[in-house]
Design a protein around this ligand. Sequence first.
Ligand SMILES: C[S@@+](CC[C@H](N)C(=O)[O-])C[C@H]1O[C@@H](n2cnc3c(N)ncnc32)[C@H](O)[C@@H]1O
Length: 335
Amino acid sequence: MEVPCVAVSRVDGEQTRQALASAGVLSEDYQIVHEDGTLYIPVTDPATVPKEFKTITRELPAREGLQAPADILGFEPSLERLGDVVIVDEDDSERAQEIADAVLDSDLPARSVLNRASKIKGELRVRDWELLAERDDPDVDRKPTETVHREYGHEFLVDLDSVYFSPRLATERHRVVEQIQPGEQVLDMFAGVGPFAIPAASRGAEVVAVDLNETAIEYLRENADRNGVSERITAIAGDIHEVAADYHGWADRLVMNLPHSANEFVETAVDLAGDECVIHYYDIQHDSDPFGPGIETIRAAAEPDYEVTVETEHVVRSYAPHELNVCLDVRLSRK
Ligand SMILES: C[S@@+](CC[C@H](N)C(=O)[O-])C[C@H]1O[C@@H](n2cnc3c(N)ncnc32)[C@H](O)[C@@H]1O
């Protein structure tokens, strides 16, 4: 069957397999194939493969004895996996149900199958879900929308029904977290369940994580505990506009992952910035000028008090036709 996989030379094989496993994208459903000095390692979702690897699509045999949903359906369904939750995105309810039944009948380690029932909405950026199928597991006492996602050596308990979470940003979060130095003061203005804040604390940063969604902050505290970094994280449920008053000039680094409306929070970000501060500013813009509006907004808020240096203009992913999700890494240096 044609599946996404990473192609690497055989000598780099084991190191690559381990890197893909820690990124949480190694597929257990297909066999690794060796051909002419190249290894083809199957992955679950090409969009979440760390950028340093080349992803291609090719025939790979299913793991012996394992039945995939496609073997039952006779076509390859579009599925996303988050821990033991499988997500489909189908408008046709009959087809959605057919896929969900096949998922539970297959050998995928799935506990529940959900269909997207609305767009991501509101300030809390949560969507509605339809539960299509659920496997009764007496050993697991969790809602069908709750699961544990693993990413770059960390684990996150997530309830899709009450908090925002996207596994597609794993590589991007890793790109940002790798820049963090021990001892830095990092403030995540829109922290969710902690996928930036917790790895930042693992790097040795002192972290303040803020979110308007009280449930997200409860999950973040639980996740900090699970990953052994509770002592380095202050988790605050509240509006960052109000919380900012307690952290004026505090941050060496700010994470601003609220891409549809980050521009409304730039003045608050400047207020939080220390004398030297890097801002990771996420935005969604037309592909004709994806970075210009963000740079302009930051300059308008920070100059002339700060010198503004754009360190990186980074395309995270395509968001919609002609719309890009981008990140600006911008350094503010007080004059
Ligand atoms: C796109 S999500 C990002 C969550 C997290 N950083 C992640 O990558 O999974 C944006 C988050 O911002 C939070 N939010 C929205 N408005 C806020 C505000 N005024 N103050 C603090 N958090 C806010 C939402 O509740 C949501 O969890």
